[in-house]
Design a protein around this ligand. Sequence first.
Ligand SMILES: [Mg+2]
Length: 267
Amino acid sequence: MHAPVGGSPTPDAGSAPEGVLFDIDDTLVDLEQAMGHTLQAIPDPALSHLGDDDWVRYKALYTTDPQRHYDRFLAGELTFEEQRVHRVRHARAVFTPEPFLGRVAEAWVRAYEQMLPHHFRAYDDVLPLLDELDARRIPYGAVSNNVHDYQRAKLDRAGLGRVRVLVGIDTVGVAKPDPAIYREGARLIGTAPSRTLYVGDNRLVDAVGARDAGLLGVWLDRTGTGRGSGVDSGTGAVPPGSPGEDAPEVPRIGDLVAVLQFLPPVR
Ligand SMILES: [Mg+2]
């Protein structure tokens, strides 16, 4: 068994979880890797001089989104496409004075949209966990900070069509960490929020947000580096200094198989 990295392990029998909800991006689907492959595959003469280290930095600038353009998308200030353009423009400006506008940006976005889905993959620990949940008849689903149809296609593309319940930001009209979005996930899998685990790679938006909504929030820290602590990346609507940033510990796990430790033992 995989021990939880931190926080409290199995809850007492009176509150044992009966269902599991997952974040999608960088929890079930390796979006960071998909983005990285795609960024490097798009033909861009202005970046042809980049060495390996430069590519690492360029990709990190895009994926971590330090200017929080994705949060502006969640807030309705940018379209999904616009947040992509802003992110790549910011990353690209570090490496080239060439402007990223007009037809150059349009062609880039088209290429990105075409290529990215080909790289959607589930992490290796997803299917073994889902097999185990199915064997134990434990319902599960996904709650994500993107629109439903886009995430449905992403799950299907990643071989996760069996995750039938999916709540997106357009399902309830709010994004994480609004309590309503996690609770809708619990409602759809048929478990009380207090008996529902919510697992995600962002400590604040996933684990703390779910806990504040009355679920059992668990932080998936795959790298063990605390990178998804929630204060350094723009994947979820919680700016620095928000309530919850100094929140008490939430259970932390290093891989998805460790989710089983929170579930009642097999009888
Ligand atoms: Mg995520």
